[in-house]
Ligand binder design. Sequence first.
Ligand code: NAD
Length: 308
Amino acid sequence: MTTTVAFIGLGHMGGPMAANLVRAGHRVLGHDLVEASLAAAVESGVERAESAADAAAVADVVITMLPAGRHVLSLYGPEGLLAAARPGTLFVDCSTIDVADSRAAHAAAAAAGHRSLDAPVSGGVVGAEAGTLTFMAGGEEAAFAEAEPLLAVMGKKAVHCGGAGAGQAAKICNNMILGVSMIAVSEAFVLAESLGLSDQALYDVASAASGQCWALTVNCPVPGPVPTSPANRDYRPGFAAPLMAKDLGLAANALRAGGIDAELGLRAAELYARFAEGSGADQDFSGIVRAIRAASSNTTDAQKGTTT
Ligand code: NAD
C-alpha cells in the first residue's frame, strides 16, 4: 500500500531514509532548511515541499529526522506541523533527542489529536543508505503497528520498547554502555602497552575471555586485531565522536534528572565532550584511545606522535 509521507530533515540520515521510502513505492514530500539537502533528496525522487507544514498537511505519516529536541519541539509547536496535519496523522520522530523533550512532543501530538511514536535509530549513515537501521520505538502499540511497514523499508529491525520516550531511553542506555565500554577497552590497551603487552596479545585473550564486548571485537580502538575497525583507517568514522558526545550528554541529563548514581556514565559524558571538542571532532569515537595515550605520563614519544 502506498503511504504519503512528509519527511522533515533530509540530512546525512534523513536523505537516504527518505530515498529508501521512495524506492519502496511510497509518495514522499520532503523539506529541509538547507537547499542542497533538499535538492539531493529531490534527485532521489522526493517531492519538494516549500515548507514542513505544506508537507504535513497532505501526509498520512510525518517523519522527522532532526538534530535535537528543540528542533522537533519548535516544528511541532504553535502554527507548526501538528496544526497543519489532518486529524489522526501519525507522527514518527526518528531524531535522537532528550527523553523529556520526546515525552513533551508525544504530549503535544496527543493534545492536537494525533498519534505519535519516538523511533530513534542505530546503524549510522551506512545503515540509513542500505536500509539496515535498527529502530527503537516508544509509543502506543497501535502507532507502532501502523509505522512498522515504513520502518521495515528503512531498517532491518524495529523494537517496540514501551510507551512515550521508551525508544529514546533505550538508545541512550545502549550508547552509555558503548561509551563507557569503549573508554574501558581503550584504557586497557594503553595500560597493556605500558606493561609491554602487545595489542594483539591483549586482544587474543580479552576477546575470548570476560573482557569481550563490541567495543573490543568489532570497533577495536587499536589498529591490527580487527582489520575492519576505524582504527585501521586513521579513525575515520564509523560512529563520529561528536555523536557519541551528544548521546552521552542526553544520558547525563537523564541521569541527573533521575538522581542516578552513575559515576562512569557521567564521567564518560565529560571525557567524550572534551574529546569531541578537541582532536576527536572528525574522528571515530574509538579515537579516544589516542587522547588517553597522549594524557598518560609513561607513553613513548613515538606513541604520542600518533595523537593530534
Ligand atoms: P544532519 O545535521 O545531517 O541532518 C539534520 C537535518 O535537519 C539538516 O539537514 C538540517 O538542515 C535539518 N533541519 C534542522 N532544522 C530543520 C527545520 N526546522 N526544518 C527542516 N529541516 C531542518 O544530522 P544527521 O546526521 O542526519 O542526524 C539526524 C538525527 O539522527 C540526529 O538526531 C542524530 O543524533 C541522529 N543519528 C545520527 C546518526 C549518524 O550517524 N549521523 C546515527 C544515529 C542517529
